[in-house]
Design a protein around this ligand. Sequence first.
Ligand code: ATP
Ligand code: MG
Length: 235
Amino acid sequence: MSETSTQKSVVLQTRQLTRYLGDGANRQLVLDALDLDLHAGQTCAVVGPSGCGKSTLLYLLGLLDRPNEGTIHVQNREMAAADDTARTAFRNEHIGFVFQFHFLLPEFTALENLLLPMRKLGRWGDEEMRERATELLTRFGLGDKVNRYTNQLSGGEQQRVAVARALANEPTLILADEPTGNLDTRNSNNVMELLQEAAHAYGPSILIVTHNPELAQACDRLLTMRDGRFESEQG
Ligand SMILES: Nc1ncnc2c1ncn2[C@@H]1O[C@H](COP(=O)(O)OP(=O)(O)OP(=O)(O)O)[C@@H](O)[C@H]1O
Ligand SMILES: [Mg+2]
């Protein structure tokens, strides 16, 4: 592959990404000069022991925190040092999140939970947003439950709404932290399949932090992290 076509498919690139957390005697090097390239249309799992820095990495990549040193290029734009306004706008447009606890809004229906980020983005008209959201929820097996309040859905259903919501704006990067942490095997597999399907269907890059070895193996790439560094890579 030529240099240019390789660069084209890189959605996210970090160089020397470094983060210290804590104060005084508790100050700790949590991310140790990480270099990472994520590609379009790929799922990449990050595994590693508790405390090795996985969530810290996701916060940085999600532009929710800033590194002490190093760069983060998303779609060839340096975002680590960009101002807050630019980072927020970029995050809304390009980054989708799935967390272990789904953070759906219980006083809104499944459909409305998808409409909120879409409205914020303002790319589509009202009718189109509703159609897109309904279609997405239907693909996730929730076609008959779009108007249910999310606190009237099962845990697995809520997590599927959360994944659908992360996809609603067709982000170029999806960051998932233990997306199946609270689910049984069947629902975990289901969420994983939906993420893989999304990656291969319209080409976002998906980074998944997980303690679930099966889920990790199912990803296109598998990175192992220890003490704030990548130890090995498979795939
Ligand atoms: N706000 C903070 N202040 C100081 N240290 C912190 C802070 N947040 C996290 N840490 C430390 O940074 C390290 C990495 O934490 P992080 O949450 O990234 O781990 P993790 O790999 O996601 O672990 P887990 O698998 O348990 O979720 C840990 O040693 C943690 O104690
Ligand atoms: Mg964590």
